[in-house]
Design a protein around this ligand. Structure first.
Ligand SMILES: C[S@@+](CC[C@H](N)C(=O)[O-])C[C@H]1O[C@@H](n2cnc3c(N)ncnc32)[C@H](O)[C@@H]1O
Length: 283
């Protein structure tokens, strides 16, 4: 945008178009989190929420605090994480996964699954339960990663709000679950503590999809409801990383509102289930 075009906008908007790139550059230089290719509208919504929590009125004031206080950056990351997740989210796709993907995993000596952007880990425990019921959990390693260490700590802690278990029980039943969902947790006070045998094969680690590279070769990668926050160029870069991290014949599982269509990698996968956003890397 030119300086003259900026003058045509209301003053506060014009100032924010100057402030936003400065804020994002400052965060990158100070902390290494590169948010510059996140989709602007949703990023701005999150920044405004963070500013309200910090009781700050301008992006410049927010920049000053975030630069000087690492704790402010941590709080901002929490807002960015929007820890909205659920066990057996989109339950029908778990049934498709059981039917169309699990058979291909049976012959492998070791199965590696990567949950990229796993937030507080509901998705990871759902997968652990599914693989347990398929008799595959013992030979599987689940890598649960997110940009935000604080959400990972919650996942590692394996305690979820008891009040959500009714919803999760319904999801589990619709996902083709073979047992009682209550077999998988112990209720204590307000919490549901996931059973130890589900936790043993999970590795929790921070990983930034924007700036970190591939760290293994996986048979399944879930990257669900993460790339919706990225702009098109960043989505393409992350798709490259995911593609490079998948074994031939490996399966990519995206979120309900996401798709491989119109990405540069569209032709490198076969569709397992378009509605469920399950794709198999062509070998
Ligand atoms: C809406 S949650 C999705 C959680 C889970 N995958 C699901 O679908 O229920 C999005 C997650 O992406 C994470 N995230 C955002 N940017 C990321 C990045 N650059 N690298 C890794 N994770 C990121 C956020 O911290 C958040 O936990």
């Amino acid at each position: 945008m030119t300086a003259l075009e900026r003058l045509d906008q209301p003053e506060s908007v014009a100032i924010e178009t100057i402030e936003l790139p400065l804020l994002l550059k400052a965060i990158y230089q100070r902390y290494g989190y590169d948010l510059r290719d996140y989709a602007v509208a949703s990023l701005m919504r999150r920044i405004r929420r963070a500013m309200t929590l910090e009781k700050l009125a301008t992006l410049s004031a927010f920049q000053e605090r975030v630069l000087r206080e690492a704790a402010c950056m941590a709080r901002f990351l929490d807002v960015l994480s929007v820890d909205v997740s659920a066990m057996f989210r989109d339950p029908g796709v778990y049934q498709v996964f059981r039917d169309k993907v699990v058979p291909g995993l049976r012959g492998l000596p070791l199965v590696r699954v990567w949950h990229a952007g796993c937030c507080t880990g509901e998705e990871v425990y759902s997968m652990a339960i599914l693989l347990h019921e398929a008799g595959l959990l013992g030979k599987t390693k689940l890598y649960a990663t997110d940009i935000n260490e604080r959400v990972l700590a919650k996942g590692r802690g394996a305690i979820f709000p008891l009040k959500r278990m009714r919803e999760y029980t319904g999801n589990y039943q619709h996902s083709g679950g073979l047992a009682q969902f209550s077999d998988y947790y112990a209720a204590k006070h307000e919490g549901a503590i996931m059973r130890d045998f589900l936790r043993g094969n999970i590795v929790w680690a921070t990983h930034n999809l924007v700036t970190d590279s591939s760290f293994n070769e996986f048979h399944v990668i879930l990257c669900r409801n993460v790339m919706i926050y990225f702009n098109r160029e960043l989505q393409a870069r992350v798709h490259k990383l995911l593609y490079q991290s998948l074994a031939p014949g490996g399966v990519l599982w995206l979120g309900a509102g996401e798709s491989l269509r119109f990405t540069p990698f569209e032709d490198r996968y076969d569709v397992v289930d378009e509605a469920g956003k399950l794709y198999r890397k062509a070998s």
